[in-house]
Design a protein around this ligand. Sequence first.
Ligand SMILES: C[S@@+](CC[C@H](N)C(=O)[O-])C[C@H]1O[C@@H](n2cnc3c(N)ncnc32)[C@H](O)[C@@H]1O
Length: 271
Amino acid sequence: MDAIALAEHALGVPQLILAVPPRLPDGFEAALEPLVRRREAREPLQHIVGFAAFRHLSVRVQAGVFLPRPETEVVAQAAVDEVRRLSAGGVEPLVVDVCTGSGVIALSVAVEVPRSRVVAVDIDPASVGLAKANADLVLPGAATDAAVRIEVGDVAEPGLLAEFDGAVDVLIGNPPYIPDDGIPLEHEVADHDPATALFGGGADGLDLPRHVVAAAVRLLRPGGLFVMEHADVQGETVRDLIDRTGAFEPAVTHRDLTGRDRFVLARRRPT
Ligand SMILES: C[S@@+](CC[C@H](N)C(=O)[O-])C[C@H]1O[C@@H](n2cnc3c(N)ncnc32)[C@H](O)[C@@H]1O
């Protein structure tokens, strides 16, 4: 897969169909060789070719900003389904994506359910800049017509987006959740994803996710849906910390396409 993607990049073609090989231009090998060397050195494919695929989108990536992952596509699906259901009922759903990174969750919702309003925040200005650039790429004009708003924001800040308290239909987040001592083994992750995107804080890695839960309690309207990604070993702990707030119907863990626990859904109770 990676070799084909690098050859496509070197050739400047969107899709290489090997059954009908293209005539290789002069200089192809010289162009391909350094790309292969970078990948051999475990630089992520997405950084070499400059984009990442996520659901229906192809977005830009940037050194120092978290690369979107395939498992998060399933997490985003839960938000898309809920927003689509609400939109079909005639409302214009309000969605908040905390910890937006490159913006892929927020932008997937906005692109797949055009009658929605999406607000996305991230603590990292570089991520916010990239998410805005991606919004311009996949939804030109969305920022100006207020369908998508992306800004710097700290999910641990008690007054974050206070103007939407109790009014949000869906709050989704893929916060950092790796424990302090859980240094990732893959070079692609350890050497390229920023630490602020990986480590959730605390021995269990759940300090940041706890702040996301608190933000969901405050921001969601009664009946609003909370969606949060977590590590495959955190399902029970995350359900427990949500249920202990008393603010939600019982939390339910869902799996990703590899069958691992990956995200939680919980519906906000009326206060
Ligand atoms: C695991 S990445 C997820 C990015 C994107 N949502 C995705 O799924 O590809 C976590 C993101 O949370 C951001 N982040 C870390 N601490 C934060 C905080 N206190 N408030 C808001 N965002 C934060 C990081 O900058 C990073 O972009």
